[in-house]
Design a protein. Sequence first.
Length: 243
Amino acid sequence: MKYHYVKTSNHQLFVAMLSALEARTPREARILLLAGEPGTGKSRCVDNIGAEHNAIHIEGIPSMNVTYLRDLLAYELSCSGGSKFLQQKAIADTFAVRKPMVILDEAQHGLDKKADCIEYLRRICEQAGSVLILVCHNSEKHRFGEHRLAHIATRISALVDFVPATLADCQLYLAELCEVGIDVGIAQQALTQSRGRYRLLAVACRNLEDFATATGKTQLTAADTKGMMLCEDAMKSLRKSSK
């Protein structure tokens, strides 16, 4: 299996929204919120975009605070040391020159205490004219629009919802990553079993390669894999067992 990044329809939507935000949005509203169900490619997308933009990528963790973020930014920007004032000044000065994009994954962990952590990142990015990308699970999206967080919500200028793969996405994904040829019937089979989750499509890809190796084939059709379990949605099985 190949491991390069596949530019799916979710990716194309994200890039379009990001480009529009960078081109037309004033610096005080350059926040993009990316939400979606697990397995829809959020983290892979921001990893790819972050690498292209030399972004600062922060993994949100429970109970993180502003001191943690300040130390992390200082480390990432190679301006550690000195008093808190000097450290903060060094961070702001470096941001003013580099204007780095900041990505906060699992951003719901920054919502505690009136979103102090997100407000800190927002102010740093706003002063420099940088973009702040917040990433969260779909079930957490509504929390960013709460009235008590209006100081954050009113600055979110773009919302991108990642959805499960379409059949076209599935065909593209398997065509680019699977080292055995497949037809549209197999793509549909993988899509149905994975329910469009890319992490499960990766499992299907490896299983197809193993099956092709075992049967000595370089091309597979739906007839070859009829009745075969290419991948299994564990959540679906768990829901069945709980009934």
